[in-house]
Structure formats: structure tokens, C-alpha cells
Design a protein around this ligand. Structure first.
Ligand code: SAM
Length: 250
């Protein structure tokens, strides 16, 4: 997958050089390029924002630098052989970013991120690129950040771990919270590792039993218990057929 990020704070994206995303880049599974939007500004102050039409506080990012930056980014990507771009615009007014959206984004071979600052980007920019490619406006939560760069880090990491070969064990993300399949809509339950005793605390006997059926049932019960406690909204979305009499008595 190719990822381009256009931002006024390229240094904010430095974490994309470490850990899982950094390794995926080193292994050639992810090609990440970060661009400074101010390279497409034309005055001596490198201005990329202006006052909002209609008045009001704050500034709005201008069409000019964004249009030129996105055109050049697209041209460079096509020239390098990339295809199938999709534009990702982080915004608190976007569609909530979920595991399902992460999976959707991971199916695109090329993502171009347009994280904004100030009051956001002039809306004509997304309208323009929507005529050329899929545009995903996504929110990483019901709160307002100062800029979209942190959202790019979040989205990139969630997408990267779904790419083939990026996780050492592909099974890991199938067992995660929010995964599809048998545990759909259930959060992951508690996990344990060695030593078997720590400060007088042991681990559930069943995990030492070697009985795969019982372990699977225990994990599912714990997942359900945690989901009921922390995210009852998710339980309501579960297929009623997955519950049995024992669950109702839980
Ligand atoms: N005036 C905007 C509004 O109320 O929707 C908020 C602008 S915010 C100060 C500046 C930028 O930060 C946004 O354009 C977006 O790129 C990013 N941002 C802030 N909160 C976000 C969130 N919850 N999810 C994704 N991006 C966010």
C-alpha cells in the first residue's frame, strides 16, 4: 500500500517510522511519503489559510495550496506506478472511524491523507476530489483535536495491521475486539501470560486445562461480560442467535 500525507506539520508524522508501521515500511509492504503543504504556498509567509466567508472565528485552509498539493501528489504517485487512490480527510464531522472502516480503507492500494488545522479545509476541495476518487471523511472520536495529524497516526496504524504480512500472526487481528466472525461485536476479554502466580494472583484454571473447547467458551463468556459492562451498545448489535440460556443467566 502507498500512503501520502499532506500536512503543515510533517514532523508530527515521525512516529510512522517506528514500531509496526516502521517495520512494514522497512519490509516494503507500506510506502509512506509525507509532504509539507507549505511547499505549495506562494507568498513569502507561506500562507495556507484565510478568513472564513460569512465571518466567525478562526481561519480556513485555502483551496489553492491544497489543490496544487493534491494534484502534484497524485501525479507523482501515478508516475511511480501507483493506482486506485482514495482521499482520507480526518474531521470531527466525518463518519466514525471503526474497525469496519479500517478494513474498508485497507482495501485501497493508495491512501492520500489530508489532515487539516484551524477550522478545516475549504469544502470545495473535498467536492472537487470526490469527482475523481473515493473520499472518506472520518472522525476518530467525539471530541475536537487541534489538527488531523494525530488522526492520521491512528488510522494508519489500524489500517497497516490489517495488511497481509504485516502482523506476524494473521490470527491476532481475527481475535481482536471488533473483529468480524463468531466474536463479532464483542470486546476481547482478559489475557494472561507467565508467571502463573503474581503477588498472590493466579490465572483462571481453564486456561491451563488444554481443553480447546472449554477455553474458547471461557474466552467468549469473558468477552461478553466485558462488553456488557463497558459497551452495552455493542451487545444490542449482536445476532440474538449467538446467545444461549447460560448467557441470559450471566
Ligand atoms: N471546526 C471544526 C469542527 O468543529 O468540526 C474543527 C476543526 S479542528 C480544530 C482542526 C482539524 O483537526 C480538523 O479539520 C481535522 O482535520 C482535525 N480533527 C479534529 N478533531 C478530529 C476528530 N475527532 N477526528 C478526526 N480529525 C479531527
Amino acid at each position: 500500500m502507498r500512503i501520502d500525507v499532506v500536512t503543515i506539520f510533517p514532523e508530527y508524522l515521525e512516529p510512522l517510522k517506528v514500531s509496526l508501521v516502521g517495520k512494514a515500511r522497512a519490509a516494503g509492504r507500506l510506502d509512506v511519503r509525507v509532504h509539507d503543504l507549505r511547499d505549495w504556498a506562494h507568498d513569502r509567509h507561506n500562507t495556507v489559510d484565510d478568513t472564513p466567508y460569512g465571518g466567525g472565528p478562526g481561519m480556513v485552509m485555502m483551496t489553492g495550496p491544497w489543490g496544487e498539493a493534491l494534484d502534484d501528489t497524485l501525479a507523482a504517485g501515478y508516475e511511480a506506478g501507483a493506482g486506485g487512490p482514495a482521499l482520507v480527510v480526518p474531521t470531527p464531522s466525518g463518519r466514525p472511524f471503526t474497525q469496519e472502516v479500517a478494513a474498508e480503507l485497507s482495501a485501497h492500494p493508495w491512501l492520500i491523507f489530508a489532515p487539516a488545522r484551524y477550522e478545516g479545509i475549504d469544502s470545495r476541495v473535498t467536492a472537487e476530489y470526490r469527482t475523481r476518487m473515493p473520499v472518506h471523511e472520518v472522525s476518530i472520536g467525539d471530541y475536537v483535536l487541534a489538527g488531523g495529524e494525530a488522526a492520521v497516526l491512528v488510522i494508519t496504524e489500524a489500517v497497516a495491521r490489517l495488511l497481509p504480512g504485516v502482523l506476524g500472526n494473521a490470527q491476532s487481528h481475527r481475535d481482536d475486539s471488533f473483529a468480524s466472525g463468531a466474536m463479532a461485536n464483542l470486546l476481547e476479554g482478559p489475557v494472561f501470560t507467565k508467571p502463573p502466580q503474581w503477588r498472590g494472583r493466579g490465572i483462571p484454571e481453564v486456561l491451563l486445562s488444554g481443553h480447546h473447547g472449554k477455553i474458547a467458551r471461557w474466552r467468549r463468556d469473558e468477552a461478553l461480560r466485558r462488553t456488557v459492562a463497558n459497551r452495552p451498545d455493542l451487545v444490542r448489535r449482536c445476532d440474538p442467535a449467538v446467545f444461549d440460556r447460560r448467557d441470559r443467566e450471566m
